[in-house]
Ligand binder design. Structure first.
Ligand SMILES: *Cc1c(COP(=O)(O)O)cnc(C)c1O
Length: 459
């Protein structure tokens, strides 16, 4: 995931010393300086230049909600994680239940191919996902990352229409401000500005964009906007395969919240005009917004649902694409009666086992109570941040807190300010935000809020 654009200031951290010794000594643990030099020389980071211009922090281990650094940084050896490693580590790090699930599966098999073979972890996980997701989603494709699960979702929709004799229905509609991943089809439905569509003009398929949804989870739905959505879907119905959106929370595209009424309106308009609806819950799934899935806020079932990020509790990379019986039957009765997709590591047993354990762990807890507690903690802890000079807005929904600034954040200064408070945050664009693990205690949560305040003040 995603820092859609490099904000000014992203490159202002002092670069690490140029590499001198360009190998790691074979004996003993390498010094952090050695790692950094080689990292800078050889290793791409998300949305990073080469060679790297910001010096990353070297993490030695992680446990609970704490990241342990390889060396003291601004007087801190440990940082409270405010990011859940990009929405994923909802139970924190090094969790005994998840560790045990991996260990047990490791002793059986780490991987076998999924073509012609199957195994308990994948079947268990698929059944569990069918049971807990909105009624009507029956079939599960286990993919290896969120972006791939979106590719699969879109392929399902396009192939469905080909199979039922409507091959001209192959465009997609979304609203602005979204984020759906970094591979080609997902990129085409990311926000056209934040998603750097200019860079890719002539390369990306051109999709249909509605305006961004009006802000506010609890705001009264705007009738003009609903009409705008309906009209656009009606106008393009003959060429549209599907509408794809993130329900209720737009994540990496700008951390904006909107009324579930717009998601309901999309469902209605799609049904009316024969267009499929894909919900991308890769960020919102598994409780983050206060509902187990954000579709529940709207009370609807999509035709296709994408899950990822928190699926494995942040342990391994795995995502899932679920669809209804109608989609699966449509594809399977077509001239090419198979879903033509099959990654090498599809259904990886280790990832499936830890995913099943992670979802199980979530469901045996009062996860909704924890998310509400974090929501209240973020609201209280950020109450004073709203009146800081340079702060445009503070918004909180579920276990997501966002401080929106009036100008692009100085990423390096803001990160340094948070680290100085003993907290790991990753501000981007004009935002300082947090989505802490659900196991974050009240004291740690207060420190995360203090760090967000400091980052907003200095960034
Ligand atoms: C992170 C994200 C993706 C992409 O998932 P990756 O695992 O990074 O490929 C897609 N959609 C949404 C909403 C996301 O937050």
């Amino acid at each position: 995931m995603p820092e859609r654009t490099l904000p000014p200031g992203a490159a202002t951290a002092p670069p690490p010393a140029p590499p001198s010794a360009c190998t790691l000594s074979p004996e003993g643990p390498p010094a952090p300086g050695e790692l950094l030099a080689l990292d800078r020389q050889h290793v791409w980071h998300p949305y990073g230049p080469m060679p790297g211009r910001e010096a990353p922090l070297v993490v030695e281990s992680a446990s609970g909600v704490r990241l342990r650094l390889a060396e003291e940084t601004q007087g801190r050896r440990e940082l409270i994680d405010g990011m859940s490693s990009w929405w994923s580590a909802v139970h924190g790090y090094n969790h005994p239940v998840l560790n045990e699930a991996v260990r047990e599966q490791l002793a059986r098999m780490s991987h076998v191919m999924f073509g012609g073979l199957t195994h308990e972890p994948a079947v268990r996980l698929a059944k569990r996902l069918v049971d807990i997701t909105p009624e009507g989603l029956e079939h599960v494709f286990l993919a290896d990352s969120g972006s791939v699960s979106v590719e699969v979702a879109l392929k399902m929709c396009l192939q469905y229409w080909r199979s039922v004799g409507r091959p001209e229905k192959r465009r997609l509609l979304t609203w602005r401000g979204g984020y759906h991943g970094d591979t080609w089809q997902p990129m085409s439905v990311c926000d056209p500005d934040g998603g750097m569509h200019d860079l890719w003009s002539g390369v990306l398929p051109r999709q249909v964009f509605a305006d961004a949804p009006p802000a506010g989870f609890e705001a009264e739905p705007d009738e003009h906007y609903v009409r705008h959505l309906r009209e656009l879907i009606a106008r393009h119905a003959d060429e549209l395969a599907a509408v794809i959106v993130e329900p209720v929370v737009q994540g990496a595209g700008g951390m904006r919240f909107h009324s579930p009424a717009y998601v309901r309106a999309l469902r209605e308009a799609c049904d009316e005009h024969g267009v499929l609806l894909v919900l991308d819950e890769i960020a919102t799934g598994f409780g983050r917004t206060g509902a187990l899935f954000a579709a529940e806020h709207a009370g609807i079932t999509p035709d296709v649902l994408c899950l990822g990020k928190a699926l494995t509790g942040g342990y391994l990379t795995m995502a899932a694409t679920l669809c209804t019986a109608r989609i699966a039957e449509g594809i399977s009765q077509g001239p090419v009666p198979v879903l033509a997709h099959g990654p090498t590591f599809m259904g990886n047993p280790l990832a499936a086992a830890v995913a099943d354990a992670s979802v199980g762990l979530l469901l045996t807890q009062d996860w909704a109570g924890e998310v509400t507690r974090i929501e209240q903690g973020l609201r209280e802890g950020l109450a004073e941040t709203a009146s800081l000079p340079g702060v445009r807005e503070v918004r909180v929904l579920g276990a997501i807190g966002v401080v929106q600034l009036e100008r692009p954040v100085d990423m390096a200064a803001a990160t340094r300010a948070a680290v100085g408070e003993g907290v790991w945050l990753r501000p981007f664009r004009d935002m300082v935000y947090a989505m802490p693990p659900f196991v974050t205690g009240d004291e740690d949560l207060a420190r995360i809020c203090a760090a967000m305040h400091a980052a907003a003040a200095r960034g």
